[in-house]
Design a protein around this ligand. Structure first.
Ligand SMILES: [Zn+2]
Length: 217
């Protein structure tokens, strides 16, 4: 059976931008799957407002056999996005929607050049650049928009990029919680300064960098 992609009208009302962004990321990593198939899994997790919680995107990627982490950066800059892309991982960004500023919108970062992020918006079939100040603006919470909490992205990579030491069971839910060293994270090492926190893909529990004195212990 072939699954048809949601129509643009249905996509707008059902908020399937996350499914479209994930499907593009998966395709670039060799997993071919129509957005509608991803959407059928994600829509089970919709909030009452019809939004997809960002950490669920990471959970879907892990269920599909990939490595993924839902990360919060304190630095809302193209440099952070570039650091992820340079590792060969993909980055799905949770931005405020330029069309509907009260809503969040998932897009895929393609590359960073000349201080701007080249964005693929697979839902709307658009590609555009967002330069530094505008990125910080769209990546921050503001006004009526409750769906963007600031600096959150989902990094998705190939499973073989993961060291077993990057994996732990979430202390809250027991689900697999990756803090990949290749992205500057880890359960028993200092984090790259860009990262303020990581969210459990399954329950949204937060992991934060270990205090330096604990790392030395
Ligand atoms: Zn958890």
């Amino acid at each position: 059976m072939t699954l048809a992609a949601p129509s643009p009208a249905a996509a707008t009302t059902t908020r399937s931008c996350g499914a479209f962004a994930l499907a593009d990321a998966y395709q670039s990593l060799g997993r071919l799957e129509p957005p509608a198939a991803v959407w059928r899994r994600l829509r089970r997790w919709l909030t009452d407002d019809g939004a997809t919680p960002t950490h669920r995107l990471a959970a879907d990627a892990i269920r599909c056999g990939m490595a993924a982490a839902c990360l919060r950066s304190a630095q809302l800059t193209p440099h952070v996005v570039d650091a992820v892309l340079r590792t060969g991982w993909r980055a799905v960004l949770n931005l405020r929607d330029p069309v509907d500023p009260a809503a969040g919108h998932f897009v895929l970062a393609r590359r960073v050049a000349y201080g701007a992020v080249l964005i693929d918006d697979p839902l709307r079939q658009q590609t555009y650049r967002i330069a530094g100040e505008r990125l910080a603006e769209l990546w921050s919470p503001a006004g009526a928009c409750q769906e963007v909490t600031g600096g959150v992205l989902v990094a998705i990579g190939r499973r073989r990029a993961i060291d077993p030491r990057d994996c732990a069971d979430c202390p809250e839910c027991g689900g697999e919680f990756l803090l990949p060293a290749v992205l500057g994270l880890g359960w028993r090492r200092a984090w790259a300064p860009a990262w303020a926190a990581a969210h459990c893909p399954w329950c949204d529990a937060l992991a934060t960098p270990l205090p330096t004195d604990l790392l030395r212990a």
